[in-house]
Design a protein around this ligand. Structure first.
Ligand code: HEM
Ligand SMILES: N[C@@H](CC(=O)c1ccccc1NC=O)C(=O)O
Length: 284
């Protein structure tokens, strides 16, 4: 390469013939992926592409979060705490990326959004079955949420399946019990289709763990990983709320809810209540 042409020449060994070989594009199904953006505004509004891609990339990451959460659940059920924590570490990075991504959508002004919002009809992120699946896997079960997917049999059966199965918190609690921690027996046989609700016996278990980290190191660490997971989930919810406030103010949502007020109430939900309650018990 001549240094003053500012051009990199191809090396002789670089593959060029993909007529009978797998290429980058074919491996990643880029034809499908990159032809899946269909703005509905007419004439097409420039900023609708941002709106679509922000959602599609979020859904792709949610797909990976679900994949990893299922693996975490299986690893906990198999008493493999260390590899479960490896999965949680990855999920935490994905969550950070999802939360950071709100800053891109925050560049959408209310003036821009209002030019194509009506074209979205009744569609809304409330109808994200992957988001609901993540909530179910973390333990915030809510059968009523499935009614939104009556017209989508695949989404309904995914969510009904997860509703019936244990959450990662159920599996963590069962793991603690197998390890000899004094978990109330009712917790082990609870109706897993219901949201996990605060349990005193777990508070006592965590109090013991947090007061004696040295003797409970792996469980102590695992508890902090779960708190990180919930913390990150709430940060995503908070950024969603703040983006909604700056984009549509106090308008009702396209999905039919009151809007920001409804989203604010989600900040009151908790996946692992005892892991927060234990903070009050530690020290003076
Ligand atoms: C300008 C951008 C956005 C606005 C104005 C907005 C607004 C809203 C509103 C008002 C709701 C309440 C349900 C309703 O009545 O529609 C909602 C729910 C929801 N949105 Fe968005 N949203 C935006 C972007 C996003 C993005 C990028 C995602 C990513 C996937 C998302 C995911 C969700 C989810 C999962 C819910 C359900 C939350 C829950 O059940 O607590 N939203 N959104
Ligand atoms: N609920 C939003 C609309 C919206 O944000 C949206 C519409 C279609 C698909 C995904 C969406 N994202 C999150 O709710 C609104 O009320 O403006």
């Amino acid at each position: 390469m001549s240094p003053n042409e500012n051009t990199r020449s191809l090396e002789a060994g670089i593959e060029r013939d993909f007529s009978d070989k797998m290429s980058y594009g074919s491996y990643l199904a880029l034809d499908d992926l990159l032809s899946a953006q269909h703005p509905v505004s007419r004439p097409e509004h420039h900023d609708e592409m941002l709106f679509i891609i922000q959602h599609q990339t979020s859904e792709l990451w949610l797909k990976l979060v679900l994949h990893e959460l299922r693996a975490v659940r299986t690893r906990l059920a198999a008493d493999d705490l260390r590899s479960a924590m490896k999965g949680i570490a990855r999920i935490k990075h994905i969550q950070r990326s999802l939360t950071e991504q709100w800053s891109v959508l925050a560049t959408l002004t209310p003036s821009e959004y209002s030019e194509f919002r009506d074209d979205l009809g009744a569609s809304s992120g409330f109808q994200s079955y992957q988001y609901r699946a993540v909530e179910f896997l973390l333990g915030n079960k809510n059968a009523a949420m499935i009614s939104v997917f009556a017209a989508d049999p695949a989404a309904s059966s995914l969510l009904s399946g997860l509703l019936e199965q244990t959450s990662i918190y159920d599996e963590f609690i069962r793991y603690l019990s197998r390890r000899g921690y004094a978990v109330a027996p009712e917790l082990l046989t609870r109706d897993v289709t219901q949201a996990h609700v605060y349990d005193e016996s777990l508070l006592a278990v965590y109090k013991h763990v947090y007061e004696n980290p040295a003797g409970n190191w792996d469980v102590y660490e695992a508890c902090e990983e779960l708190v990180d997971l919930e913390d990150n989930f709430q940060l995503w919810r908070f950024r969603h709320l703040k983006t909604v406030e700056r984009t549509i103010g106090m308008k009702r949502g396209t999905g039919g809810s009151s809007g920001a007020g409804f989203l604010r109430r989600a900040l009151e939900l908790t996946f692992f209540p005892e892991l927060y309650a234990v903070r009050t018990e530690i020290g003076r």
